[in-house]
Design a protein around this ligand. Structure first.
Ligand code: CA2
Length: 146
């Protein structure tokens, strides 16, 4: 049995679809989880989909992925721009990492332009809305086959 792909979501992404639809759209995180589960089944992948508002919890899931996971897809939320600790955890993970942002962080405030996670990620998807998660899963399928 192949190991699962971890799909990790950071702070405030539990509010998806509930506020700021002009930036993040109307789909909820539950919708994203369902879309990812359907596509994963089609691609023959298994996923573990998580969200936390706590940096340490995200780091613990990355550590879990070191042992039990094949790849990591991560939208670290605002921790993208601040967290060397998440970068360090990802650097200790040996499989492929894809970073996803729903919004185009490069079109927004300058403080969102820098990502610590991008120093580690094989690929970065930004500004494709929640479809970015599905693009990341398709790319992950290619990377885990390689
Ligand atoms: O575009 C993305 O996916 C972000 O990672 C989202 C983060 C933001 O800090 C990053 O710069 C870019 C914010 C997540 C907050 O999500 C909300 C969704 C709906 C309502 C309020 C917050």
């Amino acid at each position: 049995m192949a190991k699962p792909i971890y799909i990790l979501n950071g702070p405030n992404l539990n509010l998806l679809g509930l506020r700021q639809p002009e930036i993040y759209g109307r789909a909820t995180l539950e919708d994203v989880a369902e879309d990812c589960a359907s596509l994963a089944e089609e691609l023959g992948l298994t996923i573990r989909f998580h969200q936390s508002n706590h940096e340490g919890q995200i780091i613990d899931w990355i550590h879990q992925a070191r042992v039990e996971g094949e790849g990591v897809i991560v939208n670290p939320g605002a921790l993208t721009h601040t967290s060397i600790a998440i970068l360090d955890a990802l650097n200790a993970f040996e499989g492929p990492v894809i970073e996803v942002h729903i919004s185009n962080i490069h079109k927004r405030e300058t403080f969102r332009h820098h990502s610590y996670v991008s120093l580690r990620a094989e690929g970065v998807i930004a500004g494709c809305g929640i479809e970015g998660y599905l693009l990341a899963l398709r790319r992950m399928k290619t990377l885990v086959l390689a």
